[in-house]
Each structure stands twice: as structure tokens, then as C-alpha cells.
Design a protein around this ligand. Structure first.
Ligand SMILES: C[S@@+](CC[C@H](N)C(=O)[O-])C[C@H]1O[C@@H](n2cnc3c(N)ncnc32)[C@H](O)[C@@H]1O
Length: 393
């Protein structure tokens, strides 16, 4: 089980009082109101119950639960659309004006996402102490759950949504994410940032290495992708750090698969300890300065840009003479008015650094082309850069 304190959920079913371990990846509290639902429950009822804060423990057919969840999702989307149109009407805003009010849209979109996640998480199921479901037509979810949530020794209850997350992650882990520029695949683990958007890989291959380049750090290594690129580019001593223990386990797995066993791994906040100064320090920090709404979002959201600022601030202390730091950063936050370019340049300056050069690329991931995405205006303008930083003289 993850290192959180154990929490339990209790409910009454007929004459029997039940108690089970509560698992929630979003750290939701155990539900206090639970009703039993099955194949006879309609999407309308489920929607009403979810909105009333009641959790629904599923006792029907496993596959039917998936359909109910999809129907619930559609109802939530429709309700969200109605709410948005009503708000725009009240504020006398055309759909075009609303689409251009980016900061407002971002916050509204996050609120809607978190509300949707909460409502969908109201459909829950019970698994035994081996993560086996007794529901009709239930697949074997035990390996995926053990990989995601760790071993347990007692029955548990979790949301179908979290179960789906674990099953999805298990598939990624098995199939891998192909990194075509490198001709290899990366195998993400549950809860570790999956490199599905890869525009920055080419930037890391294109940037000329500083000379000499014997020692390099990869700060916030995630799956180990950047450390792998550095090792493959011939740097002898690569040290990769991450604050998340799952990321380090995942990086180790990927490095082992590629037989890059010389890369050192450290679980630390930012910079590795007791290692030589670096000729090159790379970092691809979470790129949006906002509060993560679940632990899984820590790779994307960086509250108050703490990691970004901590990284910039520490560079001078860890950099060898003539060394370079490569910051990989999307400017989406600038298009969302969450951070300004001047702020970023100010932090670089305050850290005693200067920009040697910058390489830019445009994201190619699906959302940047999806005109129906509420943040399309900002996403379509997004640029990801490799900022090559050196000590200011
Ligand atoms: C956007 S992901 C990048 C992962 C990987 N480097 C890549 O490019 O695919 C950011 C990573 O930084 C890690 N991280 C966040 N805060 C950190 C900190 N204070 N110290 C070290 N790592 C941190 C996260 O756990 C996550 O793995």
C-alpha cells in the first residue's frame, strides 16, 4: 500500500455491516453515504445520486458498470455545457468572447474537470485482498492494481475511475511509448509522467553538448527519458533525480531494459547530493503554475512555479566551470496568463544566469490541434523551448 495512512470505508448491506480499506488516488475522503446499485440503475438515477454526494457501490455486471460510467460522463458533459452557455448569456458574452477570456477559461476548465472527476468517482466497487473482483464478467485486475496501489492484505473499495486508471497504466507499462527519434520505447509506470508529448526530445538531440561534458544531471527524471538521451549522447556520468519514488523505480526499470546501468538515481528534492559538479544540468519541470488536484497531477502542475524557481536558483551552485543548464519549458502558462515571459527572465537573471541560446519547437500532440478543446486558443499558440542557460559573467 502507498505510504499514506490507511483509511476505511464502512457501509450497511441488508443486515450486514461491512468495512474495507479505502483507496483513492485523488486522496478523496472515504464516502460517508453509500447505496448499493446494480444493472437496474439508470444513468439518470446515478447522476442524481452522484450530484447529491452519494457513492454507489456496484453489485451488477462489471462490463455494465463501464457503460454506466460512460453514460454518467455524457450527462456531466451536457450539464457542464448548459452551465457554460447560461453563464455566458448572463455575462452577455458571445461564444467567441468567452473563448478569448483565457485566464477565466483555464480556471473554469479546471474546476469543471475536478467536479467531473469527483462525480465520476462516486461509482465504486469492492475487490478482495488480492484485488480480485467477484462481479460478473470482471476481468483480472489484480496485477494492474498491485502495480498501481501496492500490495494489500484486506478487501478494499475504490472508484471504477481509479481502477480504469490502473488498467490504463498497466497497458502503457506493457506496450511502452515509442520514442521514434531514439528508436526505442519507454515504459511508464502508474503515477509517473508518461512522455506522450515528445516534441522536446528532438531539442535535446539537437542542442550541442558543452565542452567538456563528463558529468550531467537530469532533475525530475520521471521515466528516465532525458537521462537516457544524455547517456546515449555519450555522457559518461549521468545522475538523475526525482522527488517521487515511483518515478525512480520507473526510471530504473527503463534504464535496466536499455542496459544503461551506469546512470545513478537519487530520490531528492531537485539537485543530487555528494556528486561532482555538472557540466550539463537538464530539467523538464511541470509547466503550469497551479495547484495539482491529485498526486497524479504533480508532473504537470507546479504550485507557484516552486520547482522551476528552485531549479533556476540552484544551478550556479551545482554547475562546473563553462557548464550549461538546459531548461525545457512550454510557454502554455504564458498564453494562459499564469506566468509572464518577464517573470521567467527575471528569475533567470536573479539566479545569476543568462540565456546563451534558445531552441523552439511546436507541440504536435492532439490537444494542440483540437478546436473543440476549451483552451484551444492558448494551446494552438504553445511553443516548447530548450533554454540554454549559463552563468552571467
Ligand atoms: C514534467 S515531468 C518530466 C519527466 C521527465 N524528465 C520527462 O521529460 O519526461 C516533471 C518531473 O519532475 C518531478 N519533480 C517535481 N518536483 C520535483 C522536485 N522538487 N525535485 C525533483 N523532482 C521533482 C516529477 O515527479 C516529475 O517526474
Amino acid at each position: 500500500m502507498l505510504e499514506q495512512t490507511k483509511q476505511y470505508v464502512t457501509w450497511q448491506e441488508g443486515d450486514t455491516h461491512h468495512k474495507a480499506l479505502w483507496i483513492s488516488q485523488s486522496n478523496y475522503e472515504p464516502p460517508s453515504r453509500i447505496v448499493i446499485v446494480d444493472d437496474s440503475t439508470t444513468a439518470g438515477e446515478a447522476y442524481r445520486l452522484a450530484n447529491a454526494g452519494t457513492s454507489m457501490l456496484w453489485r451488477g455486471d462489471f462490463q455494465n458498470a463501464k457503460q454506466l460510467l460512460q453514460a454518467l460522463q455524457r450527462r456531466i458533459d451536457r450539464a457542464e455545457e448548459r452551465k457554460k452557455n447560461k453563464e455566458n448569456k448572463l455575462a452577455n458574452k458571445s461564444a467567441k468572447d468567452a473563448a478569448n477570456d483565457i485566464p477565466n477559461l483555464f480556471h473554469k476548465n479546471r474546476q469543471a474537470q475536478s467536479q467531473r472527476a469527483r462525480l465520476l468517482s462516486r461509482l465504486i466497487l469492492q475487490l478482495d485482498e488480492n484485488f480480485v473482483s467477484k462481479l460478473r464478467r470482471a476481468p483480472d485486475v489484480s496485477a494492474a492494481c498491485t502495480a498501481a496501489f501496492g500490495k494489500i492484505t484486506e478487501p478494499c473499495v475504490l472508484s471504477f475511475r481509479d481502477l480504469q486508471g490502473a488498467l490504463g497504466a498497466a497497458q502503457w507499462r506493457e506496450k511502452g511509448v515509442p520514442i521514434k527519434e531514439l528508436g526505442l520505447s519507454i515504459y511508464p509506470h502508474y503515477g509517473v509522467f508518461a512522455p506522450t508529448r515528445q516534441e522536446y526530445v528532438q531539442l535535446l538531440l539537437d542542442a550541442p553538448l558543452p565542452s567538456p561534458c563528463e558529468v550531467a544531471y537530469d532533475i525530475g527524471t520521471g521515466t528516465g527519458l532525458l537521462a537516457i538521451i544524455l547517456a546515449k549522447r555519450g555522457i559518461k556520468q549521468v545522475i538523475a533525480s526525482d522527488i517521487n519514488p515511483s518515478a525512480l523505480a520507473c526510471a530504473k526499470d527503463n534504464l535496466d531494459r536499455l542496459k544503461l546501468t551506469d546512470v545513478q538515481l537519487q530520490q531528492v528534492d531537485l539537485f543530487p547530493k555528494q556528486v561532482p559538479k555538472a557540466n550539463l544540468i537538464v530539467c523538464n519541470p511541470p509547466w503550469l503554475p497551479a495547484k495539482p488536484s491529485s498526486p497524479l497531477e504533480y508532473a504537470v502542475y507546479d504550485p507557484n512555479s516552486a520547482m522551476l524557481r528552485g531549479f533556476l536558483k540552484g544551478i550556479s551552485q551545482y554547475l562546473a566551470e563553462n557548464g550549461e543548464a538546459w531548461l525545457i519549458l512550454s510557454d502554455l502558462a504564458e498564453h494562459l496568463n499564469l506566468r509572464s515571459r518577464d517573470e521567467l527572465l527575471g528569475w533567470i537573471d536573479d539566479a545569476g544566469l543568462t540565456v546563451k541560446y534558445r531552441l523552439d519547437t511546436q507541440p504536435t500532440h492532439g490537444k494542440s490541434h483540437d478546436e473543440n478543446d476549451p483552451l484551444y486558443v492558448a494551446r494552438s499558440a504553445e511553443v516548447t523551448s530548450l533554454w540554454c542557460l549559463i552563468r552571467a559573467i
